[in-house]
Design a protein around this ligand. Structure first.
Ligand SMILES: [Zn+2]
Length: 264
């Protein structure tokens, strides 16, 4: 046997015995920060890498998972808020988005009335499914309505906002070549949305087609128990006088039966 080969065998033997000695050496006793003795016997030379007991490792893993979950939830919440803000800007006219409830002319009583209705409806407290705010122009009805709308949008409901003039426009132009698609979409949204804000009833006299669409809208939302808040410049009696003889009673009747109404 050559000297080189003998040397190689010797060094392999030396290496083997060194590895064996490492594994034979009992690791020294180590403790977790919680005080538990670490089960490191089988780990040999790697024993020093184990610094925590199984229960602490599990606890830390759970805490980390909970932290990540919370982080994801925070991100989702922020995203929902941003989306709601976008919806709010898209749905509610700017003038009403800038409502300041601390302004001296802000109608606090009317606001409290609408908020109470909203709370009752949310609780299913047997409140009527619609809320009506009646009073002359400039008293802040629409501002109160916009605050209800804000809450609805932020709670994630599918909301739509329309005023009587736009409603009339949509009814009249639904079969128009150019504007028909937009008009029909507006009419469809009024029926399908979860929450509808209808501004400025009684602002102008409607023709029979508009009246008939309005009655269908009320009928649909009432039978589906879909919430709505509306404002009117006219009292229900005045509104009845503005409607045609056939439609006045069913429309005004439905509004008064299904709404909590406040007059200022
Ligand atoms: Zn521990």
């Amino acid at each position: 046997m050559s000297t080189a080969r003998m040397n190689r065998i010797a060094s392999v033997g030396e290496m083997t015995s060194r590895i064996e000695s490492v594994f034979e050496n009992k690791p020294k006793q180590q403790f977790c920060s919680c005080g538990a003795l670490l089960d490191n016997e089988s780990l040999g030379r790697w024993a020093s890498l184990l610094t925590e007991c199984t229960s602490c490792i599990e606890k830390h893993r759970e805490a980390e998972a909970a932290r990540q979950l919370e982080e994801r939830e925070e991100r989702r919440k922020a995203l929902r808020k941003a989306k709601a803000h976008e919806r709010w800007k898209k749905v509610v006219p700017k003038k009403y988005r800038e409502t300041d409830p601390k302004h001296p002319n802000f109608p606090r009583g009317l606001d409290a009335f609408a908020q109470a209705w909203l709370a009752d409806v949310l609780d299913g407290e047997g409140s009527r499914v619609w809320c009506g705010l009646i009073g002359e122009s400039g008293k802040g009805k629409t501002r109160v309505m916009s605050r209800v709308m804000r809450q609805k949008i932020h709670s994630g409901e599918d909301c739509h906002w329309i005023n009587a003039t736009r409603f009339q426009w949509a009814c009249q132009y639904q079969f128009d070549d150019e504007r028909g698609a937009i008009a029909r979409k507006a009419l469809e949204r009024m029926l399908s949305c979860e929450f509808l804000a209808f501004d400025d009833l009684g602002k102008q006299k409607w023709n029979p087609t508009v009246e008939s669409h309005f009655y269908d809208l009320l009928e649909h939302r009432d039978s589906e128990c879909k919430q709505m808040i509306w404002t009117s410049n006219s009292t229900l009696e005045e509104l009845a006088l503005m409607l045609s003889k056939d439609r006045a009673k069913p429309i005004v009747g439905r509004l008064s039966e299904s709404s909590n109404i406040a007059e200022i």
